[in-house]
Design a protein around this ligand. Structure first.
Ligand code: TYD
Ligand code: ZN
Length: 409
């Protein structure tokens, strides 16, 4: 079996989990294929709610070695993400207050991808080490001079005590979050009161922004601050500061230290908990309407693409993101709806999106194909992609943005 069922809440152990969204059988969105006729394996995609700690979570866990053996996602492709990493490095540096006696503090980044974040930390004066389970990515980072260990994050990693540990866009991918955090606890340097910085997509942004395409098998948990605090506390960690950051459609960045350091808890923590309570995120009823909204967006999107197809016009997509693959599959699209999806990631080009067999092309295909419309599947980077595709726009092309509601721009 290449997946297992979730039997209890991964934060609090509650067995009585309630379903609020069923997206049917879906392929693994990053499993790109070299041949379009490849038969893709599909897995149930169902979201459950825990009414004790309020964590939303998938009903199954696909084995990590199936999901992450050869991973095509490269953080550095997006300039927006690079800028985000730079902002984070500066903020953490200022928080730490570099002194002459500190030397170069050590940052360890978990699931460091191609070294995008560490590159920025290095630029602003840190020593850096990455831990990355995908061999293609750790090799690339090492080639760029970012020292990276090719492993999953775990107790057996031989890394020194760290002043800073970062985990951006990985925590939601982890099943055993207690184990993960316990290792973080052990690896935080005591002398400098080490800080753990975790960034995860924020559930209220997903619900309010109809971002159901961010639900796929890699994302096992959909976080609020409340369950994060519960599980951090369980592992001896105290969250002392929270920020909302715009990346990936809206995320929260939490800062934590070992509880025994007794850092002062900032007002942002209480304010965020109040925001969640007021928004109804601790009640199952709040989630019940989500499924209907999702179906409506799907129906509007498919209708628009079919009308365009029937009028003889053509459509390309931009961004062969995991969320794009999820949306294309959920809407059962094929190459008659979207003839090709452009992506600047070299490793993705001229492969096929699993499940729907749409080919991924490079940037030059926009000139070759001269489409009438372009779907922004990476809507979280809409501004950056629109800037890049100015010529398409000047020639009369129009953009289709599917999320939070289907719009033609
Ligand atoms: P992203 O939204 O980061 O992630 P996910 O896969 O988790 O849904 O994916 C964005 C995709 O868009 C990624 O494949 C890179 C691609 N992209 C480009 O090709 N060019 C660009 O200029 C930008 C910003 C993204
Ligand atoms: Zn729970």
């Amino acid at each position: 079996m290449d997946y297992k069922r979730l039997t209890k809440c991964r934060v609090c152990g509650n067995k009585d989990l309630k379903k609020y969204l069923d997206l049917g059988l879906q392929p693994l969105p990053n499993a790109l294929f070299r041949y379009h006729k490849h038969v893709t394996k599909k897995y149930p995609l169902v979201v459950l709610f825990c009414n004790k700690c309020y964590l939303s979570q998938l009903s199954i866990i696909v084995k990590p070695n199936i999901l992450y053996s050869d991973y095509p996602y490269h953080s550095s492709v997006s300039k927006t993400f690079q800028d985000h990493c730079y902002e984070m490095a500066i903020k953490v540096r200022d928080m730490l207050g570099f002194g002459d006696d500190m030397g170069k503090p050590l940052v360890v980044d978990i699931a460091s991808n191609d070294g995008c974040l560490l590159n920025e930390f290095k630029r602003v004066g840190f020593t850096v080490i990455g831990v990355e389970p995908c061999k293609n990515l750790s090799d690339e980072a090492n080639k760029k001079g970012i020292s990276t260990v090719n492993e999953f994050w775990g107790d057996e990693n031989v890394i020194p005590p760290s002043d800073i540990i970062t985990a951006t866009n990985v925590f939601a991918h982890v099943h055993d979050i207690v184990d993960f955090l316990k290792v973080c606890y052990k690896r935080l340097r005591v002398l400098t009161k080490g800080i753990l910085v975790v960034e995860v997509p924020y559930l209220p942004n997903m619900i309010e922004g109809n971002q159901f395409d961010t639900i796929y098998h890699e994302h096992l948990s959909y976080f609020l601050l409340k369950p994060l605090m519960v599980v951090f506390r369980k592992c001896g960690l105290q969250i002392f500061k929270v920020e909302r950051v715009p990346i990936h459609g809206g995320s929260i960045r939490v800062y934590a230290s070992r509880s025994e350091f007794k850092r002062e808890v900032e007002s942002s923590v209480i304010e965020t908990l109040e925001y969640e309570k007021k928004g109804g995120y601790y009640r199952f009823n709040t989630y019940k309407g989500f499924s209907k909204k999702v179906e409506k967006i799907r129906d509007n999107f498919v209708k628009l693409l079919e009308d365009i197809r029937d009028s003889g016009q053509t459509v390309l997509g931009y961004g062969a993101s995991a969320k794009g693959a999820m949306l294309m599959n959920y809407c059962k699209l094929n190459k008659n709806h979207v003839s090709m999806v452009i992506d600047d990631t070299r490793e993705k080009q001229y492969k096929y999106i699993p499940g729907c067999g749409i080919c991924i092309g490079d940037f030059t295909q926009i000139r070759n194909k001269r489409p009438d419309y372009m779907v922004l599947f990476a809507w979280n980077f809409a501004k950056e992609i629109m800037e890049k595709t100015g010529e398409f726009r000047r020639l009369g092309g129009k953009y289709i943005v599917p999320i939070p509601s289907v719009k033609v721009l």
